[in-house]
Write a new protein. Structure first.
Length: 129
């Protein structure tokens, strides 16, 4: 039995169509499966602690950057990130604690914490006077 070229074409088109599908929502964006309680925290100059919660559990720290060029990468398996003036802790599956030391400088400082869950990324912007 010989398969005709049109059948090859249809089979190839079907396989190509299936391989090009994705899991994005109807707007072409990935679905937020982290769901942060807040996307920004602002602290005074003194020693402070903040809390951010998530609804999702399957996220990880992706990258942490500060305004003075401290960069922390490859954080997939890290639950605690310690910088020169801050500590960010994944306290449990849905809780992030942020501790900042007293700011003795005359300049404000900031941290950008990027979280990832699959193909979805979200950020927490942290600032201190």
């Amino acid at each position: 039995m010989q398969i005709k070229p049109i059948k090859y074409f249809l089979l190839g088109f079907l396989l190509f169509s299936i391989s090009c599908s994705n899991n994005d929502d109807e707007n072409g964006k990935n679905i937020d499966n982290i769901v942060l309680s807040t996307k920004s925290l602002s602290f005074p100059r003194n020693i402070s602690t903040g809390l951010v919660t998530t609804k999702g559990e399957n996220w990880w720290f992706n990258i942490v950057k500060t305004n003075n060029n401290e960069i922390y990468e490859d954080l997939f398996d890290k639950d605690i990130i310690t910088g020169t003036w801050f500590t960010i802790t994944r306290f449990d599956k849905k809780t992030i604690l942020i501790d900042v030391q007293e700011n003795l400088t005359d300049q404000s400082r900031s941290i950008d914490v990027e979280l990832s869950s699959g193909n979805y990324y979200d950020n927490i912007k942290i600032s201190q006077e």
